[in-house]
Design a protein around this ligand. Structure first.
Ligand code: GLY
Length: 463
């Protein structure tokens, strides 16, 4: 945990920003896999962790802004539970570590909320992403579960996003702790990847390495595939062959649950073919120039656009695209090859705060989401500020079904040479991704350097 003053200050600022009423935070409960006692690993809600610091299930917390009270509702473990799971510190002592003065048994929560509702006070809640918590709120507020999605408080969401967006030095340190592990995972993966191995051998070795470092888990399900044209491919059953390209998108969580999210592309057999070098080189140039352009005040949608221009120029040099670069990007022709956004915020969540609503995180009243295919997947568009941590992850993908559809529709014939593109079907995809802190002066790529130049990747991959 961070020092207790950190949590107190966060809650005080939140209460001041929201202004009036009661704020309710639902912590996560255990989640069973197939029967009640067989559980997925517990993961606390990230906003709950951020404001209350408590990493245990079955808690609800409240700030009564008007009465200046902060309460955590929950029960001590019973003797019988302790037989199966061991003893645990009291809730009171855990809460003291986060400067929380009041705790109360879980069964007092209903009366607490009922009183607030009866007095017509605002009860602010965040959007819910787990069915159990939706039902809990439905019971507490006396509203149908279907109505709960509309009950989330925009004032609270904005106040939470405003605080969680800019990372403190201590939070950045956590992300870098995760990146230390992730660097070791990726370096090992480059060395291990070789013809004849199953993808899952590399995946299990990376996850085992993470787990062996203090019990750290993955921030998200690992994407490791020789079919990198499927952007989030989580099938790991292929045997790798000489000449394949393996996209490795994998990141560990720090022990305090801060995420990392890194992608590298590995030539199976140790060397990139000339064609692979061309395509990988374009993606790498797009990533490096995008990072170089980032600083406070720059809109991330412009950084995204810059990366799309570099990809377009590179593909034009290879003869796959043609025409005016700006027009081509403005109209969305590059999305045949790069149908994803350039990146997203990262913090306690790998897609930080996305559970609160992507548009609250990445857009404003004046910077609104594009409806253009590809650009509509950009999760972050608004101006960068010091303290933001972003992923920067351009890719180039040859997606057969998308190529077939666009070709049949004769889409963007002025910008795309489909005959040349046809020859790249089966190529797969490339992506290169780092985690980047926006500083007052510019940016800092976080964590230890993870090889990404063609020479450095080949040096490791051919060992
Ligand atoms: N790296 C996985 C994701 O961004 O969803």
């Amino acid at each position: 945990m961070f020092p207790k003053e950190v949590y107190r200050a966060r809650r005080q600022r939140l209460a001041a920003d929201v202004g009036i009423g009661v704020i309710l935070f639902l912590g996560n409960d255990h989640s069973p896999m197939n029967y009640p006692d067989n559980l997925y690993p517990f993961r606390q809600d990230s906003s709950f962790l951020y404001f209350w610091g408590q990493d245990i299930p079955e808690l609800t917390a409240a700030i009564d802004i008007d009465a200046s009270r902060e309460i955590v509702f929950g029960d001590e473990i019973t003797l019988e539970e302790s037989v199966w799971s061991g003893t645990a510190p009291s809730l009171r002592s855990l809460c003291e570590k986060a400067a929380i003065d009041e705790t109360a048994p879980a069964d007092q929560l209903h009366e607490f909320v009922r009183k607030a509702v009866k007095s017509n006070r605002s009860v602010h809640i965040l959007p819910q992403y787990r069915a159990g918590n939706t039902l809990k709120i439905s019971r507490l507020l006396g509203r149908a579960p279907e109505a709960i999605a509309k009950t989330a408080s925009p004032e609270l969401i904005r106040a939470v996003v405003s605080q969680r967006s800019a990372k403190s030095d201590a939070e950045v340190e956590q992300i870098e702790t995760a990146l230390d592990i992730t660097c070791a995972m990726h370096t090992m993966a480059m060395q291990m990847t070789s013809p004849g191995k199953y993808e899952l051998e590399i995946v299990s070795a990376m996850e085992s390495l993470a787990y062996s470092r203090g019990g750290s888990r993955m921030s998200y399900p690992t994407i490791f595939s020789i079919n990198g044209d499927i952007l989030h491919n989580q099938f790991h059953g292929n045997i790798m062959q000489n000449g394949d390209l393996a996209v490795n998108d994998a990141g560990a969580e720090s022990p305090m649950h801060y995420a990392s999210d890194i992608t590298r592309t590995i030539p199976v057999g140790g060397t990139f073919s000339p064609r692979q070098k061309d395509i990988y080189g374009i993606a790498l140039a797009a990533q490096e120039q995008a990072i170089e352009s980032m600083r406070p005040g720059i809109e991330f949608r412009d950084v995204h656009k810059l990366s799309c221009r570099i990809i377009t120029e590179g593909l034009q040099q290879l003869g796959l695209m043609q025409g005016d670069v700006d027009e081509s990007v403005d109209q969305g022709a590059h999305a045949l090859f790069q149908p994803a956004g350039l990146g997203h915020m990262i913090g306690l969540d790998v897609h930080d705060m996305e559970g609160l609503g992507e548009d609250f995180v990445g857009y404003t009243n004046t910077i609104t989401r594009s409806s253009l295919f590809g650009t509509n997947r950009l999760r972050m568009a608004r101006p960068l500020e010091a303290g933001f941590v972003m992923t920067v992850e351009p890719g180039i993908y040859f997606i057969s079904q998308l190529i077939d559809r666009w070709k049949a529709e004769k889409k963007f014939l002025q910008f795309i040479d489909y005959d040349k593109v046809e020859a790249f079907k089966g190529f797969g995809g490339v992506r290169v991704e780092d985690n980047v802190l926006v500083t007052e002066e510019g940016v800092r790529v976080l964590g230890p350097p993870i090889p990404k130049s063609i020479e450095d990747v080949e040096a490791l991959a051919s060992l």
